[in-house]
Each structure stands twice: as C-alpha cells, then as structure tokens.
Ligand binder design. Structure first.
Ligand code: TPP
Length: 590
C-alpha cells in the first residue's frame, strides 16, 4: 500500500514490519513521534524511560535477551546514553539493536547543534542515513539486519527535515517477525571486565574491517553519474538539496555514513574533475573523506555555512547558480515573542523570582521561557538536570554572599526524573544549601505532553487515550517523599497558581540561606487541563504595567498603555487578578 508518512511514522512502520519486539526511548524533538507511532501496534511493547541512558540500557538488555529492540532519542540524548553506547559497541548484540537519533541542524528546538555521525565513528557502529520517508522505512529494517549480521548495535540518523517531512512510502500490512532469539548466557561477551573488554575490542576491530567491505558493495551507498565535471558526496536531507540545486552534478549518496567505503569513494573522486562534500552543521564528511587521501575542492563561490541547516538556495549560492530572489516577509507584521501559554502554572514562580532579583539556574522544558522578556528571570540553561547541580556550584562560588542575590535552581517534573534526582543527591550528600524548585505540571509539556515517572502515566496508556491527569496504572512518583528520602529536611508543596503562597514559599526559603529547601510547585499544564473559567474585566486601569509584565499572551495594552484582555486567549486563571496592585482586574460578582 502507498502511504504519505513522515520520517518518524515511516521508521515506526518499518520497525513493526521487521518484527521489532521492544521500543524504548525518551521524548525529544524531532524523534518523539517514532515511539508514539510504534506503540500503536499492540504486538510491540513500548515504554518511555526516565532518560536516554536508561532507555538504551533497557534496549541493550532486551536485545541481549534475544528481542529486536529499537531505542529512540534526539541528538543530545545520545550524550546522555553515551556511556552504555561506548561499551555495548564492543559487547555486541543477540537480537538486533538499533539506536534512532534525530538531529536538529539550525537548533529549531534544542540546546545545541551536534552531528550524531561523530558518535557512530567514535563508537565504531554502523550509521545509516535515510534521505526521505521511503528510505527511512527501508533503512530501519536494513539497520536491524546489519545489527544481527555483524553482531553490533547500529544507528539510524535522521534530521528534523527527514523526521517531519511527509513523502510516499510503500508499506506492507503484515509484519515479518523473526521472533525471539534464544538467550544463551555468554559472560565473555557481555561482562566488560578488562580481560573480556580487551578481547571484545579486538573483535570490534575485526567487525570494522568486515563493515568496510560491506560498505564497498552495499546498495545503501549509491553512485549516480551525470557527468564528469562535478562530483558531490552527500547524505540524508543534503542529498535532496543537492539534487534540487545542482541537477546535473554526479552524486555519491552515502546511505551508510560510517564506515565509509574508501575504494568506492576514491573511484568516484577519480571519475570527476572536482569533488566536493555537501553537509550541514558539521565537517564529518570533510574530515573523514579527506583522511582517506581524497582531495576535496572548495565550492567556486565559497564554502558552505559551517552552522545551521542547508537549503537548496545555500547550495546554489556556493556553486554560483542563480537562485530565485529571496521573498522578504511583508513589513509591519506583528512580532510574537515565544511565551508561556495563557494560564501556564510556571508563570507566577518566574514573576516572583524576577521581582526578588534571584539568580536562577534554569533547566530545559517549557519553563526555559522564564528567560524570555518580560519575565527575564532565568540566568542559565545548559543541559537537562543542570539547574540543581549548577545552583550548588553557584553556592560554592559564594554568589549569594558576593552579589546579595539568592540563588534558586528551577527544574520541571520530567527533567527532575531525567537527571535532577542525582543532582539533588549530590547537593544533599555534600551538605549544600540553597533553594531548589520543582515545577510539577503533571506532564512533559515541552515535547507534547508525554507521561513521565512523576505522573506515572505510561506510553501504552497514553496512546490508548489516557490524559496525564487520570489515575494511571503505573506508579506516580511522590516528589516530596523522594526529596525527604534523599535527606532534604525542608520540603514544601505549593499551589503554583496561588500568588501569595508562591511568594511566601520563595521568600521563606531564600531567607534560610544556610539550609537546603525544596519547593514542589503543583498545578497542571493548561494543555492537559483544558477547563476555562470566567474571563475577568478591567475597570479604571492605571497603566502601571504589572499585569503586562506577567508576559501573558492574553493581555495587551491600548494606545494609552492601559491593559486589555484578549477574550479568545484568556482562560480565566486569575494570575492577573492576583497581580494587579489596585484591584482593577476582577471577575463579575467578585
Ligand atoms: C538530553 C535531552 N533529552 C531530551 C530533550 C528534549 N526535552 C526538552 S525539555 C524536555 C522535558 C520537559 O518536561 P518538564 O521538565 O516536565 O517541563 P515542562 O516542559 O513540562 O515544563 C525534554 C524531554 C532535551 N532537550 N535534552
């Protein structure tokens, strides 16, 4: 059957067709929908792990137990999973093991730009790179075959463009299940003590030689000769850009980007006058192809950009091909800054921290928007879990004493479960002090409201229609009890929609500067709790700007600077009612 599928949908479909038994991952744009789609197939067991390291370890276990296992994550997730990856690459597999990593060139929705192909070269595991959904569907199946044939984990890399673009895919309506492989305990293969690890390292070297031979002959790597003048080495979405920008150029499309096929690349280079690499946001091919002794040319009109996603227009510009003029957007379009939603339970915590002039070590989630104007309350966002450990570091550097401003770490519920728990443990263990806030909105909002250990809603339940607010079958984590069990003595629970309570909790906590305080703010995300209350009205506004400074998208101002409420966006959360110092905002009858 022909279907129009996104790369993620195609990978899920292909994984089901080739008999994947277990899918495990941690959400992260642009990878998230892969596991959500795979879990729609009842026969495949899928779950969200608390983080990517755990996800990969679960998949290593199920693959070792004989089940074809898929693990999914975004590019930065591979950093978290790198520890098991760098050992399982030597141990190898039993049932096939494929790690899907979704890269984000141009940083549309991430904390950095990094190219996962470097991890394949680092771990010496085969890396496949589809260039459209049809290939995504095929390559996931080929990756499992390669994994089992060569006794290695394999990686499949997609970029945002491949993950979210829909193209036609020829799908099959029956799954070809190889079934579970027998499990034979083989400690010499899986117990990575030095004596075994040394032997496995040599086995991995032999495997690399076999994979290079495979790369020379596989049809995953395709030479398309269209003339002898220009030859371009490329992969993934960049192949599509090259075809569009330079339709007459010969191409070497690498469907397998690690290991490279040295002989085949040298033959291609010899067959053309000029050989170039076209890749985005990284010099992976440039470095690895040059290292094979192939001299690469610089495009006639200058190198391609080092950072960011490529487009056909950028490729054309580098090769001196005229491109249609860029159509500038219409003038005077209203500027829309990213902001927390109307009624977001994170907002009052940030307005309070801003007004207290706190130094806030932030984290990754919707609440990163606490850094945007007019909240301007967050001073760092580095990686998941860093808020709590960085707050401890700031305390060690005596920032509160030296600046007169309290340091407060702020983390979301999913991020707390991902890697905040060990950060908190480090602070407790070392006798640290300070104020740490967990913003529990009952969901992983940033990536599309997935369940997580704090609400206990499993992936299977959610795919079957469960709301994270419903009572789950899984076990929800009691954050307060966990913090107490870790040794934090001062733990308080606060309704994050109650401004007075938010202010009091934060003021009390920062006053006790020699103690460690954890405040757990609770209130559901407005995307999972969609009820709306009466919209308030504004009378005699004095244009003080306090409600405007909430940064609520439902509040604007008229020409005189007086506040106005956009009734279509307002959900009647009362944050502005509580904030107005003059009582000018109220609901009828109150
Ligand atoms: C290592 C890593 N994995 C995954 C992501 C994708 N991601 C960004 S924020 C986030 C979780 C946000 O959930 P939560 O902490 O509950 O905050 P909320 O968005 O609900 O406010 C995830 C999974 C990431 N940025 N980095």
């Amino acid at each position: 059957m022909k279907e129009l599928l996104s790369g993620n949908e195609a990978i899920a479909q292909g994984a089901w067709e080739c008999g994947v038994e277990i899918g495990v991952g941690y959400p992260g744009t642009p990878s998230t929908e892969t596991l959500e789609n795979l879990s729609k197939h009842d026969v495949v067991y899928c779950e969200w792990a608390p983080n990517e390291k755990v996800a990969l370890e679960v998949a290593i276990g199920s693959a070792m137990g004989g089940a074809r296992s898929l693990v999914t994550m975004k590019h930065v997730g591979v950093n978290v999973a790198a520890d098991p990856l760098m050992s399982v690459c030597n141990a190898g597999v039993n049932g096939g093991l494929v790690l899907l990593c979704a890269d984000d060139p141009s940083i549309f929705s991430s904390q950095n730009e990094q190219d996962s192909r470097n991890y394949a070269a680092f771990a010496r595991v085969p890396m496949l790179e589809p260039a459209d959904s049809s290939e995504a569907h095929e390559f996931i199946q080929r990756a499992f075959d390669i994994s089992e044939q060569f006794d290695t984990p394999a990686m499949l890399r997609e970029s945002m463009r491949i993950a979210h673009t829909k193209t036609l895919v020829e799908t099959c309506d029956t799954a070809n299940k190889p079934g579970l492989k027998p499990f034979e305990p083989t400690p010499s293969k899986y117990v990575m003590v030095p004596a075994n690890a040394r032997a496995r390292r040599l086995a991995a070297d032999e495997r690399t030689d076999q994979l290079i031979e495979f790369a020379e002959t596989t049809d995953l790597n395709r030479v398309e000769m269209r003339g002898n003048e220009i030859g371009i080495i490329c992969s993934g979405a960049c192949y599509q850009h090259v075809r569009e920008a330079l339709p007459d150029a010969s191409t070497f499309k690498l469907g397998m980007s690690w290991p490279l096929p040295p002989k085949k690349l040298a033959e291609f280079a010899a067959a053309v006058d000029h050989v170039y690499v076209v890749e985005e946001a990284c010099d992976y091919f440039a470095v690895h192809v040059s290292a094979l002794g192939i001299k690469l040319d610089v495009p006639p009109c200058g190198s391609l950009p080092q950072a960011g996603e490529l487009t056909p227009a950028l490729v054309k510009a580098a090769f001196g091909v005229e491109a249609p003029a860029h159509v500038a957007p219409a003038e005077n379009l209203p500027i829309r800054f990213p902001s927390l939603c109307a009624g977001c339970p994170h907002r009052l915590v940030f307005t309070t921290l801003r007004d207290m002039h706190a130094v806030v070590t932030g984290d990754i989630g919707c609440y990163t928007l606490g850094a945007s104007a007019p909240l301007n309350a967050v001073h760092s966002t580095i990686d998941m879990g860093a808020s709590l450990s960085m707050a401890h570091g700031m305390e060690l550097a005596k920032v509160p004493e030296r600046t007169g401003h309290p340091v407060v770490g702020v983390i979301g519920d999913s991020t707390f479960a991902h890697s905040g728990i060990t950060s908190l443990l480090g602070t407790v263990y070392n006798g640290g002090a300070g104020t740490l806030c967990v913003l529990d909105n009952r969901t992983t909002a940033m990536t599309g409201c997935q369940g997580n250990p704090c609400n206990g809603v499993t992936l299977t339940e959610q795919v079957r229609g469960m709301n994270p607010l419903d009572v789950p079958a899984g076990k929800p984590l009691n954050i307060e009890n966990l913090c107490r069990a870790l040794g934090v003595e001062d733990v308080v629970s606060v309704n994050s929609q109650d401004l007075k309570a938010v202010r009091k909790a934060l003021k009390d906590a920062v006053k006790a500067s020699d103690r460690l305080f954890v405040i757990v703010f609770h209130s559901p995300c407005r995307l999972i709790d969609r009820h709306r209350e009466q919209v308030p009205t504004i009378t005699d506004c004095r244009a003080c700007g306090r409600c405007i400074n909430l940064g609520c998208p439902a509040i604007g101002k008229d020409e005189d600077g007086r506040a106005v409420i956009d009734e279509t966006q307002c959900i009647g959360c009362d944050q502005c009612v509580q904030t107005c110092p003059f009582g000018c905002i109220a609901k009828d009858g109150e």
